[in-house]
Write a new protein. Structure first.
Length: 125
């Protein structure tokens, strides 16, 4: 059992229709876009997401590996989710770049603006 931090529902529960806490995606650059719903081009109307169990037409729980990136979808004219739309967790749009060196900051804390190396250096100064 895993509880989603965004909607407080059990992500492994059958019958969850949508993540009520994932109406929009907030990007590190401050922009917000409407989340892409799960709408695969296979299965029937009761098709559920194999990763986070929400139903067709619903929004994924954030972090689901089936969730498409709305920013990429804007760029590529691809409206249909997941055929051609890069995954939100891996496309890089959610990555925070270190303000010192530009490396990706490995942190869940959106206030963290430095990578580990630069944060250590800043501490030692
Ligand atoms: Zn999902
Ligand atoms: Zn959720
Ligand atoms: Zn993207
Ligand atoms: Zn850095």
């Amino acid at each position: 059992m895993a509880i989603c931090n965004f909607c407080n529902q059990d992500m492994s529960a059958e019958g969850t229709i949508t993540c009520t806490g994932n109406a929009e995606v907030k990007f590190p650059d401050g922009s917000k876009l409407q989340s892409l719903p799960y709408n695969p081009n296979y299965g029937d109307e009761n098709q559920t997401c194999h990763d986070c169990n929400i139903k067709r037409g619903g929004n994924h729980h954030p972090g689901c590996d089936m969730e498409g990136c709305p920013k990429c979808a804007l760029d590529s004219d691809v409206v249909q989710l997941w055929k051609g739309v890069p995954q939100l967790i891996s496309c890089g749009h959610l990555d925070i770049e270190c303000t010192e060196c530009g490396d990706v900051v490995e942190s869940d804390n959106p206030d963290m603006k430095l990578c580990e190396t630069c944060a250590l250096e800043a501490e030692n100064e």
